[in-house]
Design a protein around this ligand. Sequence first.
Ligand code: IPE
Ligand code: IPE
Ligand code: MG
Length: 243
Amino acid sequence: MAKKNVSMPLDKSKMPKHVAFIMDGNGRWAKKRGLPRKFGHAEGAKTFRKILRYCKSIGIEYVSFYAFSTENWKRPQDEVNAIMNLFRDYLKDLENFLAEECRAVFIGDKSIFDEDIRLSMEDFERRTAHCDKMTMLLAVNYGGRDEIVNAARILAQKVQDSEMTVSDINEETVNSQLYTACAPDVDLMIRPSGEQRISNFLLWQSAYAEFYYTDVLWPDFSPKHLDAAIEEFSNRKRRFGGI
Ligand code: IPE
Ligand code: IPE
Ligand code: MG
């Protein structure tokens, strides 16, 4: 059999529809260079922009990025502040998102953020809501467990208010109350940095996702690493419980 040419164009029929990234390894990237951790986050934010553009260029419809977890508040205040300031900078990128016809959705509990960040996120979502080339979900103050608890509370309230009955609670109605209600399940979950865990990201949505791990640190993650992940994805046999 002929040797597989890794630079072959990606097979469109085997492309994942929804790719999720756990953007991990920023701190170690900075440490390796003797820099404070916040430099790693700044570099990671540049990689986010580059990979988002690349995803669009190869036709991925939904892409999720884990930027800040409900557990990341445990970090030192100056690191948290540096990450919040990066959000503020990136929230100024609205015109580019509009030009690229990319819809932005912020997933997570936004209520905790300073008002200026929260209002910018809501404005960003509103103004990109019509963009249909690609949907980008950015997870900020996101936790998979928190998301499921939140959905349970909304449904319980609806039952209490007689808007629905207990028997109306099913996978579809739970899904409809998740932050990701606008997106299909995750097909491919990518975690750089060498860690092999999900760290509370998209727990419900990744029930049948294919996982791909790499030792590359997120700031060094490049389109060629994504090509390799998609190539591996296209060779996996997904069974969804069947045979
Ligand atoms: C991921 O990189 C970014 C956030 C969690 C905000 P880390 O900051 O976790 O980097 P490492 O894992 O310490 O290298
Ligand atoms: C997961 O990375 C969260 C983000 C990438 C935003 P962490 O660095 O917080 O995960 P753990 O602590 O290694 O599991
Ligand atoms: Mg980490």
